[in-house]
Design a protein around this ligand. Sequence first.
Ligand SMILES: [Zn+2]
Ligand SMILES: [Zn+2]
Length: 265
Amino acid sequence: MRFSILGSGSSGNAALLVTEQARVLVDAGFSARRLGALLAPLGESLDRIDAVFLTHEHGDHAAGIEGLKKFPHIRVFANDPTARAVQSGLQHRPDWQIFQTGARFVFRDLEIESFAVPHDAQEPVGFRFTNGREGDLFSPRRSLAWLTDLGHAPQNVRECIRGCDVVVVESNHCPQMLQADSRRPWSTKQRISGRHGHLSNEGARELLAAVASPHWRHVYLTHLSRDCNSRAAVELALAEVRATLRACEFSVVEPGSGTPFYELG
Ligand SMILES: [Zn+2]
Ligand SMILES: [Zn+2]
């Protein structure tokens, strides 16, 4: 299983996950044209994408679904409330594949588990993707957790990321930078930092420190606010956790940049 983040932040989120039998996007928060441009350097294109898995209906995660009408072969997996919210803004009807939040299901050689996260959307979820077989030399069992857009991390979320090999987690804002920001009204700041908003650097630190699993090979810090966060602030907040997880690689994904392919197994 190979994985690349195409982009992350409030102006758009999407990642590519490739297995032997499937090529899928996790969220599609860019226009179809932009998604195509982000896939091209990886040697991929929307023609070859089989499915999209949506976490929730916010534009920075689902804006690309409209443009996917030119690619009707792409199936769109979402829970019912998310699909309804996205469909209400569309001119066409994508090939919706509805799942129940919390249920496990299979798409080709990919096992998917969704779990509820606290965020101000209809029914937002995180995902755990698993591929491969236990003890298989060529295709070992590996899993990846995708966890963005959550105000806090309840116990179910902690359980889901513990046994994963790769964890993608939101590190949205530096609380001090958010409070000092003069462009955002008080109500917006309250929404962002609230229990159903976004995980701060401190929130990400607390979560990673509390779960800190020897399984983890790579942790990606994502969905950074352009104005109210910085690479330096994330790295400072996570310095202690990084020191305790020496075998784990950490990547801070800044807005406007993606990551090269990472091979999970
Ligand atoms: Zn959101
Ligand atoms: Zn978002």
